[in-house]
Design a protein around this ligand. Sequence first.
Ligand SMILES: Nc1ncnc2c1ncn2[C@@H]1O[C@H](COP(=O)(O)OP(=O)(O)OP(=O)(O)O)[C@@H](O)[C@H]1O
Ligand SMILES: [Mg+2]
Length: 366
Amino acid sequence: MPTARSPDRREAHDLVTASVNRHRAEIVGRVLRSLRRAGSRLARDPATKDQLRAQVTRVLDDTVAMLRSGPHADTAQRPDPASIEIGRQRARHGIHPTEAVQAETALFETALTAIAPDLRQAPEPVDSLARFCLALQRSLARRADLVSRSYFTHLLDQIYHSHAQHRLRLSRELHDRVAHTAAVALRDLELYEAYRVADHERAQARLSAAKAHLQETIDTIRTLSSQLRSTATSEGLQPALVRYLSTAAPTVATSVTVTGIESDLPLTVGDELFLVLREALSNALRHADPGTVAVAVRVRNGKVDATVTDDGRGFDADAALAAPSGTGLPSMVERTYAAGGSLQLRSGAGRGTTVTVTIPLPRRPE
Ligand SMILES: Nc1ncnc2c1ncn2[C@@H]1O[C@H](COP(=O)(O)OP(=O)(O)OP(=O)(O)O)[C@@H](O)[C@H]1O
Ligand SMILES: [Mg+2]
């Protein structure tokens, strides 16, 4: 094999550089077309397409630099804010890492197919091709490493944020509902004591009120505790949803259907989906004043689709997502994205609301 500084190696490097420069635009175009054909989200909207074009160009530049200076080439060592931003945005928009692997494969195959014929003229064609493959692979791996680290860091942040919001909401419920009704019951008992001797009738009324407020406190604690306990994994999605609706909506007409093989749902996906659906149901019951609320979950063709539909008053969903007033909608979106899925809200004044969640399921080992 020629040595690092040999003229043969320099000639091979010049050949690769010229070839990459000549085929650059064609490689970018082919990668985009092949991803578009495969239905990749990376090749769908203008912003991700621009990012992909720039990333392909950077990988090709790194490859050339590594061929010149080895794996520790300057460009390959520099901080890379672009890759970090790409990872963050993909996590934010729910673009699954498998799409990145698909893009890396498309780039590797396309670049190799375009450059390999030119390397036939190199002094050591097989050696030059091997070097080119190695440099391309290293360059792809480096960018992929940065993108995926930033992707998962962002997801972990989202999950942490979502759990923090969940804790906040529980603390708010404890403060606003449990502590509040318990304090009212205490005040009733104090008044009972005050009236006990002089005004028997008023004292009795206070005692009854205290009992009612204590009963309300107990019911609230039971509901909260059942919400904390109930997960889809512990009892299955259908029973968990039915149980939630039986305590939260005893007077509204509700239906829950789960079709497909529920055991195909990984435990974590089932749990996250349950929390998203429960929030959608809670919103329908609290805000929509509905006559009916329906949940439908379908597990099939490697994904789970779920809808929560109410026929209530509806709302401006785009405005609510753009400027959140509560924590429920943002946490539904975050949980769905963190599971690699997508969420759609269709609503409008007087038209009811439909929340649709789709999450692709990981392939089972053959
Ligand atoms: N199904 C629905 N029907 C009508 N309005 C809805 C529905 N879902 C959400 N909304 C509106 O969107 C707003 C935001 O919902 P979000 O779940 O984020 O907050 P919240 O329910 O008010 O409070 P929390 O933080 O306890 O969930 C609600 O206050 C309500 O006005
Ligand atoms: Mg809510």
